[in-house]
Design a protein around this ligand. Sequence first.
Ligand SMILES: *Cc1c(COP(=O)(O)O)cnc(C)c1O
Length: 380
Amino acid sequence: MLDRNLFTRVAHDPHDVRHQGAVTFPIYQNSLFTLGGSKAPNHPYSYSRGANPTVEELEKRLAALEGGEEARCFASGMSAISSAILSTVRAGDHIVCVNQAYPGTRALLEHYVPRFGVSVTFVDGSSLQAIESAIAANTKLLYLESPTSFFFELQNIAACATLAKERGLRTILDNSCATSCFQQPIALGVDMVVHSLSKYVGGHSDALGGAVIGTKGDIERISADERTLLGGVMSPHTASLMLRGLRTLPLRVERYDQTARVVAEYLNTLPFLAKVNYPGLADGPQSELARSQMSGFGGLMSFEWDASRETVQAWVEQLTYFRNGCSWGGYESLAIVLGSLEGLGKQGSNILIRLYTGMEDPEELTGDLAQAFAAVAVRA
Ligand SMILES: *Cc1c(COP(=O)(O)O)cnc(C)c1O
């Protein structure tokens, strides 16, 4: 499953004499760093919108875990995503993006970037053919998110990266859902990886953050332009929370993965559910691709239910351990009604519900789901 060395890499730091051997990296709660001049050796810091030591420590660790040369952190995942996208296109360019990308990303591409003369085509990311057909002479960027946000559909990352290289496009992939623990897009040929650190990396539902990881050249450009000029930087305190989250990231995602498998397999046995979307299901439509490019799947899944909205909402309210909420990545299990398939750009009237399995006991979680089904009079 996970590379065992990962646990040592996130836990261990060498003794650092610069910080008196402090085991956690200090929070440099500074906006300003004065310059040493001729009296003291100079250092690279002047103002925290440009660089901050605590944020930089996180950036180095994220780049290493993702297998990229450099990383920069941002105030949120959306800040990282918008910066990465804006850095790759100019007026007259075209973007190809997968259909079921995160709603914020989709809104940015659908409503915002067209204001600057950039056009976008959304495609079924599970079809390489569909991606290829959407590429035009002015296409500059292929934007990927694998697994996707609501249906957890995969793109064949290596094949997409090869196609993009052949056609002279840049590639960006949102790796928030798989994390660097379960999926290594840069090794598969992707140019830039973006993350919402607000989810698994932060891990406790108490901080927002984002990151962009890629080559030194790309990242230095984003750092000088989008990050410094648009100014969506991460605070040093947040960076410290993210560094703390990273220490236990492999441990937590491995546990979420084990729990989610139990829950997804349970849901998959229920005859009244139309479909369970979890890439780790042995009989799933993309199970072979999933196993070839991911070493685990984490705690997110969704299921499609042919029931009325009222029934589904009553079911959610009946749950004890799964609380009703929209984010994920913390210790708490969550359930949210995402809407009808039709409203989400698919065919059919079934309702889509997303589950996130947290740290609770897997058997207690399946028991909770079962009692809620029984309470709304569906036999589980
Ligand atoms: C939450 C999320 C984002 C946005 O991140 P924020 O930190 O909320 O701005 C982007 N992509 C995915 C896949 C997400 O789940």
